[in-house]
Design a protein around this ligand. Structure first.
Ligand code: 5GP
Length: 365
């Protein structure tokens, strides 16, 4: 529906390589096929979309990473992903990605993240605010009053999107590798890195492996969000909730004890409806835990997870929630507005976003 598209929205759970455009995946696949790096007909069926189990999704990511892990491609997909979110009126985007090392092409975790930042800088179709202004540069960086769109001198109406970055730790990584990512995040704070995510195949690895790095991240003032409960793993869910991250993603295989703990902790949940249905981590949309959390007024935010891989977008997720759970335009607007309170950016950004929502609220009457 039109209102889902025009409504200002906040995206807090989007994986860079999962948000890649179909057309870009296809183009990259063909190019690598022509160079003989991959066999196009072998990978074609992996790319074509159908309901995939969580395990199959991770196989697909291994393939996508072969296509995308070079500096120019990382820069390109970052630019495209930001443009795509901005085009559907996402006003604040927290983009997460796993820094990757690939010695054969001279890629370090740091140069990977620099390629992402280059992508943010290379967006021209919208204004991107990704560097938190320092005290003395505030007036230079923020000359315009906040609004979803604002007039440039030349009379064109341009959109503006705030972008902040989260660096992901892959569950395949060692404690040392996880620590390297956290240190990198600290070094890259000046470029809008605000936090750490734990993701990757949930059947791999142990919570205790990442814990030292996550604790260090928190001590250093980085925000932490965890993929939590994508598979039944009672002990891990318990430990993750005990860690008290600033947000969690998914929360699918929770038991009564976990729900109680979650609700008393008020930890906001990133809800990815299409992702959960497609990967079959929830049986069907009508039994999704969104309903219970929403009715309990638990902090939650609708997100896409992997808009490319799951053929969705944030407007679609709002539409699905509205249709599936019988929520109206006004309620969806309030849901979107509340997400401002769960973002990892500073109070100045929150204030700017509140103003955007306040000014749009009038249109909702
Ligand atoms: P990237 O970090 O390479 O930009 O984005 C893709 C990566 O995000 C995947 O390799 C995986 O580690 C993580 N990811 C994407 N979607 C999911 C998901 O649904 N669950 C989990 N646990 N990890 C995911």
């Amino acid at each position: 529906a039109e209102w889902c598209l025009s409504m200002p929205k906040i995206e807090l759970h989007a994986h860079l390589n999962g948000s890649i455009r179909d057309s870009t995946v296809l183009e990259l696949t063909k190019a690598l096929g022509e160079r003989g790096v991959i066999n196009f007909s072998d990978v074609e069926h992996v790319i074509l979309k159908y309901n995939r189990s969580l395990t199959e999704v991770f196989k697909l990511f291994d393939l996508i990473h072969i296509l995308t892990t070079d500096h120019n491609t990382v820069t390109r997909i970052t630019r495209e992903v930001v443009e795509d979110f901005a085009a559907e009126n996402v006003v604040y985007l927290e983009l997460r990605t796993t820094p990757k090392r690939n010695n054969s092409i001279g890629m370090s975790k740091r140069s990977y993240v620099e390629a992402v930042v280059k992508g943010l800088k290379s967006v021209t179709s919208v204004d991107v605010d990704f560097i938190p202004p320092s005290e003395d540069s505030k007036s230079l960086f923020n000359p315009l009053p906040p609004s979803v769109t604002h007039d440039k001198c030349n009379g064109h109406v341009r959109k503006k999107i705030f972008v902040r970055l989260l660096l992901s730790i892959d569950r395949r990584e060692t404690t040392e590798a996880a620590m390297e990512t956290v240190k990198l995040a600290l070094e890259m704070r000046q470029f809008g890195v605000v936090g750490i995510d734990l993701s990757g195949n949930p059947i791999t690895g142990e919570w205790t492996t990442y814990l030292p790095a996550l604790k260090f991240a928190r001590e250093q003032g980085l925000y932490v969000t965890l993929h939590c409960g994508e598979v039944p793993n009672s002990k891990e869910i318990h430990n993750m909730l005990d860690f008290h991250p600033q947000r969690i993603g998914h929360a699918c295989f929770f038991e009564d004890e976990h729900w109680r703990k979650l609700k008393s902790s008020k930890i906001p949940v990133e809800i990815c409806l299409t992702s959960n249905v497609r990967t079959m981590t929830v049986r069907s949309i009508d039994v999704h835990h969104f309903v219970d959390l929403y009715n309990a007024k638990h902090p939650l935010v609708l997100c896409t997870d992997d808009s490319g891989v799951f053929s969705t977008c944030l407007s679609k997720e709002y539409k699905i929630a509205a249709d599936s759970f019988g929520l109206g335009r006004r309620e969806m607007f309030e849901l979107s507005r509340k997400a401002v309170e769960y973002i990892f950016a500073d109070n100045k950004v929150k204030d700017d976003l509140r103003k955007i929502f306040n000014s749009m609220a009038k249109n909702m009457e």
